[in-house]
Design a protein around this ligand. Structure first.
Ligand code: TRP
Length: 365
C-alpha cells in the first residue's frame, strides 16, 4: 500500500479545484482574494487540470428557501468568471449540484468527522452567528465543510486557491483525507491551500471600512459595476477620520483607500495617473507626513480601479449577448467533472469494500 502511495506522489498530477457560492454577483474582494490568482495560475500552464466550481448546493445550505436567487446567480458568477479571464478551453467550469457523486462522497466522509469537530470550525461558528442560526442550524449547513472535502478530493485536487476564510475548510479536508487513508488505505490526495500574496488582498474591506462586504450594507464594488458607480463609491470611501485638514498627518491603518491601493495599484498606474510619485511608498509617506488630501488619493484610486475593471466590464457585456453559450460551457464542464468524480467514487467504494458487484472474488465465493 505504502509503495503504491509513494508512486502516486512522484508522478502526481497538479490539479486545481476552487469555487464560489452563487449568492450574488462577484465583487472586487473576490477578485483580489482569489479570482485574479486563478487566472494567473490558469495561464501559467503549470497545472494539468483546473476545476472551477459554482457551489450551488453549498449555497442552498443557508438559502434553502431562495432557490430562485441561487439559480439566477449561477449565470452571474459564470459571467464574472469568464469576464475575468477564466477560459473554458483551459479551466473546467461546472455546477456542483450536477455531480451527484459529490453527495455520495459526503455521506461516507460523514462517518469520519465528529459533531464537536464541526462545532469547532471557526468559519462555521462565525457564519452561524451571522445568520442567527444559533437555535436552529440546518443540518446541511452544519455539515458543509464535509461536503467541501468531497468537492476537493473528488478531483484529486493538489492546490486550492481560496481566501483566508477558507483555511478551516482545508484543514478539515486534510483531516478527512488522513483519516480515510489510514482506515481504508491510500485512496485520497491531500490538498494544499494557496492564499493571496498580500494582506490587503487577503481581506479587502468594504468601501465603508467594515470587514465584511455585503450587498445589504451597499459597501461592495462589483466586477460588473458601471464606471459612475465605481467613482461614487470610491469618493465616499472611509479614510482616516482624524485627517481633517490637508496639512494634518494621516494614518494608513484602517484607511480603506490605502488598503485598496495596496491591493490594486501597480507602478504603471503611478506613471499614467500620478507621475509626481514614483510608487505607493512615496504616496504613503506624504500622506503620513501631512499635506496630502484624501480627495487626491481617492481620485487616484478611482483611476486605478477604472483601469482594472473596465476590461472586465466590457468583456462581461460581450458575454451577456450569448447566454446559451454560457450554459453550454457549464453543461460540458459538468459532464467532464462528473466523469472524473465517478472514477474517484469508484476508488473510494473499492477502498471501503462496498464495491460488491464489481468484486469478482466476492461474486464467485
Ligand atoms: N466555501 C466556498 C465559498 O464560500 C465555496 C466552495 C465550495 C469551495 N466548495 C469548495 C471553495 C471547494 C474551494 C474548494 O466561497
Amino acid at each position: 500500500m505504502t509503495g503504491e502511495g509513494n508512486k502516486k506522489k512522484e508522478n502526481q498530477k497538479k490539479v486545481i479545484l476552487t469555487g464560489d457560492r452563487p449568492t450574488g454577483r462577484l465583487h472586487v474582494g473576490h477578485y483580489v482574494g482569489s479570482l485574479k490568482r486563478r487566472v494567473e495560475l490558469q495561464n501559467s500552464g503549470e497545472y494539468d487540470e483546473i476545476y472551477i466550481m459554482i457551489a450551488d448546493a453549498q449555497a442552498l445550505t443557508d438559502n434553502a428557501d431562495q432557490p430562485e436567487k441561487v439559480r439566477q446567480n449561477i449565470l452571474e458568477v459564470a459571467l464574472d468568471y469568464m469576464a475575468c479571464g477564466l477560459d473554458p478551453a483551459k479551466s473546467n467550469l461546472f455546477i456542483q449540484s450536477q455531480i451527484p457523486e459529490l453527495t455520495e462522497l459526503t455521506f461516507y466522509y460523514m462517518n469520519l468527522v465528529t459533531v464537536s469537530r464541526l462545532q469547532r470550525n471557526p468559519t462555521v461558528k462565525a457564519e452561524i452567528q451571522m445568520r442567527n442560526f444559533e437555535a436552529s442550524i440546518p443540518v446541511g449547513f452544519f455539515t458543509y465543510p464535509i461536503s467541501q472535502a468531497a468537492d476537493i478530493t473528488a478531483f484529486d485536487a493538489t492546490t486550492v486557491p481560496v481566501g483566508e476564510d477558507q483555511m478551516p475548510m482545508l484543514e478539515q479536508t486534510k483531516e478527512i483525507v488522513h483519516k480515510f487513508n489510514s482506515v481504508y488505505g491510500e485512496a485520497l490526495v491531500e490538498p494544499e491551500i494557496l492564499l493571496p500574496k498580500n494582506q490587503a488582498c487577503m481581506r479587502l474591506p468594504g468601501t465603508d471600512g467594515k470587514a465584511k462586504m455585503s450587498k445589504s450594507l451597499g459597501n461592495c464594488i462589483y466586477l460588473s459595476e458601471e464606471s459612475d458607480e465605481i467613482r461614487k463609491k470610491v469618493m465616499s470611501m472611509f479614510t482616516d477620520p482624524t485627517h481633517i485638514k490637508i496639512t494634518d498627518p494621516g494614518k494608513l491603518e484602517g484607511n480603506t483607500v490605502f488598503t485598496y491601493l495596496d491591493a490594486f495599484s501597480k507602478p504603471e498606474h503611478f506613471e499614467a495617473f500620478l507621475p509626481e510619485y514614483a510608487n505607493l511608498e512615496e504616496l504613503k509617506a506624504h500622506y503620513q507626513r501631512g499635506g496630502l488630501g484624501d480627495v487626491k488619493v481617492k481620485r487616484f484610486l478611482n483611476e486605478v480601479l477604472q483601469a482594472e475593471l473596465e476590461p472586465i466590464r466590457v468583456r462581461r457585456q460581450e458575454l451577456m449577448k450569448d447566454v446559451p453559450y454560457i450554459y453550454e460551457v457549464l453543461k460540458a464542464g459538468s459532464e467532464k467533472a462528473e466523469s472524473v468524480a465517478a472514477a474517484t467514487l469508484a476508488r473510494v467504494k473499492k477502498a471501503m469494500k462496498i464495491n460488491y458487484f464489481e468484486d469478482e472474488n466476492l461474486l464467485k465465493s
